[in-house]
Design a protein around this ligand. Structure first.
Ligand SMILES: C[S@@+](CC[C@H](N)C(=O)[O-])C[C@H]1O[C@@H](n2cnc3c(N)ncnc32)[C@H](O)[C@@H]1O
Length: 205
């Protein structure tokens, strides 16, 4: 029993370290960068002209991946924490639940955009159900904004933790978007309840 636990922990650590090492070698600020690369390869939403909003951007791995592909579009990153400068990425510090921040986001783009990505996660409290619920609320907030700011062929990609709020997220996604796909990137730890929801094509209600 003890031996099994040790080997499971060793495998988890090894898996974690592989992506951690790669992120350091390739100069990415987070392991999460690999999740966005993998999901872009699968769903193909990053192009040179893309206008993209990155919600919950700190430390900046997803923005770095976006900035490598988006050379002519605008990238706005938003987080409650400060973020070190990334070339070709503008940053707005603030809480997505603050209406002033929402207004600043609309003003920054001044038009409908192509992609909203959200890797927002609530601070961990030690209570996994509560954490997954709070992260689910962040996903719903991001989806609400995406529905308003995306053009009709736009895409929304968001982190979700499987838990009680997932039913509501799935329902809202299917009401708002034509295509809804749930996906677990290889670089996301197997033992984690984290998955991503990729939605595209606005449904006009
Ligand atoms: C997992 S990290 C994002 C990692 C990032 N995608 C990367 O690749 O570097 C989640 C982020 O969500 C942010 N966040 C949580 N609640 C937020 C809120 N209400 N408004 C804006 N950002 C929020 C946190 O501050 C945190 O930096």
């Amino acid at each position: 029993m003890k031996k099994n636990r040790i080997s499971k922990n060793w495998l988890i650590k090894k898996h974690k370290d592989q992506f951690f090492k790669q992120s350091k070698i390739q100069g990415y600020r987070s392991r999460s960068a690999f999740k966005l690369m993998e999901m872009d390869q699968k769903f193909k939403f990053l192009y040179k002209n893309t206008n993209l909003l990155d919600l919950g951007s700190v430390p900046g791995g997803w923005s770095q991946v976006a900035a490598k592909k988006i050379t002519k579009g605008k990238i706005l990153a938003v987080d409650v924490k400060p973020m070190k400068k990334i070339e070709n990425v503008d940053f707005l510090k603030g809480d997505l639940f603050d209406n002033e921040i929402l207004e600043k986001i609309y003003t920054y783009f001044g038009k409908k955009i192509d992609v909203v990505v959200s890797d927002m996660a609530a601070n961990t409290s030690g209570n996994k159900s509560l954490d997954s619920y709070r992260t689910g609320e962040l996903c719903l907030k991001g989806m609400n904004l995406a529905y308003k700011i995306l053009h009709k062929n736009g895409s929304f990609l968001s982190k979700v933790f499987m838990g009680s709020i997932f039913v509501e997220i799935n329902k809202k996604a299917n009401e708002s978007f034509k295509n809804v796909i749930k996906y677990k990137p290889l670089s996301s730890r197997k033992e984690s309840k984290e998955i991503y929801i990729y939605c595209s094509g606005i449904k006009v209600l």
